[in-house]
Design a protein. Sequence first.
Length: 283
Amino acid sequence: MFYLIGLGLGDAKDITVKGLEIVKKCDRVYLEAYTSILTIGKENLEEFYGRKLLVADRELVENNADIILENADKEDIAFLVVGDPFGATTHTDLVLRLQQQKIKFQVIHNASIINAVGCCGLQLYSFGEIVSIPLWTETWQPDSFYDKILGNYKRNLHTLCLLDIKVKEPTLDSIVKKTKFYMPPKFMSVSEAADQLLQILEKKQSLSDQELTLTHSSLVVGLARIGANDQEICICSLSKMRKIDLGLPLHCLVIPGNSLHPLESEFLLQYAVDDKELQLLKH
């Protein structure tokens, strides 16, 4: 049997009782380590679970999944995912492989940022399409995600922006030379995401005279380490978010719809950075 087990968002104890019981009995246990991270390390998980974990990086999961699935028809294998197993399309692909190979599997769900984002006070049923914001480089600066944010905004829907992480990413030189050298881990912050959005706004303003519904003064919500004891939430203008430091990863950014429900505004007041945000939320 193959088990896909969600670990939740905080620490080792966020795994469900059912999930922990399965982990303890499995022949092999993999820890998926590239679509997201926990606020604690692999060693802390091993200590709590009482067993060794095999790290499953991007290369193993996407290019060598057969290694993970080996003998899954005869052994019990667990695949641990931060958040919920279906929070990333990669894991959907894994399930399709299991079905094709007629391997029995079971999914153990858990909390993910997709539902935990409600802790900021914005109502979950008012969220639109989720957006991923990639880390830009000097030569690669895609901005198609902005159109999705704007589409949600115009329909008065909130946008959850998942911010890029780079874990065990090969360097350009290593790809060319077919060697294995990796870039240092990199986790996008809310300030970096805000900066990229502001650059897109400035570019689009220079290309068109049309009125933009998102501006430098639009309110945005920054969230960090949701589910951990030191989680941080703040709300301020997009331009001010460019200078906000919420500390260690993981971060995400929410672009609220163009009109908030009174309960949403009231809840968000506690996270306002200064009086200017307080006044905007009260109107």
